[in-house]
Design a protein around this ligand. Structure first.
Ligand SMILES: Cc1ncc(COP(=O)(O)O)c(C=O)c1O
Length: 386
């Protein structure tokens, strides 16, 4: 199988991740912070080490404010519902995943907030000036993706962060597609809340994710329960990370995430981004007649801008087949795994003009090879030749 669906989840995971999970589940998988025995203490130390590694990767100085969640969706809901209050205004964009759009839409529909959804330019980038213009006196939150899972474009988060900071509002960044592959600097990019998922480019297993909570923000817990310490308190303790971490954390998953993040810190995120961009360029070059396909971003990325400002994914369509049919042919005849459809980001497809059918998305990862993308291109060449 040639796996080109890394934007959905990275696969396979590096050996180090498998080994780390196996060793942990066999030796120290006790309940962290719940008991005083050495296995519980060891589990807690592992969880806290992972907070530290993630903080280092993201340029964040407060590891105790790294809160573990189930995935990015959980972290984004925690941030959106924990910050917005009745009467607030929020700004978002057409490039968002449903894990940002749906909670905001629901709050708008229930009359809790008002919402502005910014359009993207023809380069699939949100113009920071448009963010500035959308501000109202009641704007509490700006919620944006760092890199789109549909267009692949990386947003100017630092420029937007400075605008949001000047207006004393809160910037929430969805790094589901960028964490582990695009350099992130929480402090210098003026980020207040950063949601990440552990199972994509951070190379951990599913069931991991988190929220980095900057010092300017208060997030109310949306899940309350046991935190290990402070059991006599009738309500959730006030200090982070426990305030937002009710319930036993996914220690097994976090043990894998720790190994993924260690590997990224060793290798350097820039080198992984360069690797993934080179693969997308190779994929495009290996297509014999690119004009036979509709390209959603890659033509410009590869031919004109050499892939700068993008992550390692590209969408295509071929007029003879629906996206789902083309993906099924790639799977069944060629053993190539890709993702067709709307990718949980309907507004992004409306922006691209590919709604409602979507596109076929090819996404590479740290372990993808030039041979993988050449074989995918060869399959498309054969399909196009009939
Ligand atoms: C941009 C973006 N945001 C959020 C998510 C949600 O991530 P998860 O499914 O891990 O919650 C995804 C996953 O595809 C994504 O691509």
């Amino acid at each position: 199988m040639i796996y080109l669906d890394n934007a959905a989840t990275s696969f396979p995971k590096p050996e180090q991740v498998y080994r780390g999970m196996d060793a942990f589940i066999r030796s120290a998988a006790a309940n962290p912070g719940r008991s005083g025995h050495r296995l519980a203490v060891e589990a807690e130390a592992m969880v806290n080490e992972t907070r530290m590694l993630i903080a280092r990767l993201m340029g964040f100085k407060r590891p105790e404010r790294v809160v573990f969640t189930l995935n990015a969706t959980d972290a984004l809901n925690m941030a959106i519902k924990g910050v917005l209050r009745p009467g607030d205004h929020a700004i978002t964009s057409v490039l968002e995943h449903n894990s940002v759009s749906r909670p905001l839409n629901m709050m708008e529909r229930h009359g809790v907030i008002t919402l502005t959804r910014l359009q993207a330019g023809s380069d699939h980038v949100i113009d920071p000036d448009e963010v500035a213009k959308a501000f109202k006196p009641s704007t509490r939150l700006v919620a944006l993706t760092h890199a789109s899972n549909v267009t692949g474009t990386i947003q100017a988060i630092g420029a937007i962060g400075r605008i949001v900071r000047e207006r004393n509002s809160v910037l929430l960044v969805d790094t589901s597609q960028s964490a582990g592959v695009v350099p992130i600097d929480f402090d210098s990019d003026c980020i207040d809340l950063l949601a990440f998922t552990g199972h994509k480019a951070l190379l951990g297993p599913t069931g991991t994710g988190g929220l980095l909570v900057g010092e300017r923000v208060e997030v109310s817990p949306w899940r309350e329960g046991g935190t290990g310490g402070d059991s006599s308190s009738p309500v959730q303790p006030s200090e982070l990370p426990h305030r937002l971490e009710g319930g036993t954390p996914n220690v097994f998953g976090i043990a894998g995430l720790r190994e993924g993040v260690k590997l990224l810190l060793d290798r350097g995120v820039e080198s992984i981004l360069a690797h993934e961009r080179a693969l997308i360029a190779e994929f495009y070059r290996a297509i014999k007649a690119p004009e036979l396909f509709n390209w959603y971003g890659a033509d410009r990325a590869v031919a004109e801008r050499r892939g700068e400002g993008r992550i390692g994914l590209v969408g295509i369509n071929f007029s003879e087949f629906e996206p789902a049919e083309l993906a099924a042919i790639l799977d069944e005849r060629y053993g190539i795994a890709v993702r067709a459809g709307l990718h949980c980001a309907p507004y992004a497809h409306k922006h691209l003009g590919s709604f409602p059918q979507g596109v076929v998305r090819f996404s590479v990862g740290i372990l993808s090879t030039a041979e993988d993308v050449r074989q995918a291109a060869a399959a498309l060449n054969e399909i196009a030749a009939g």
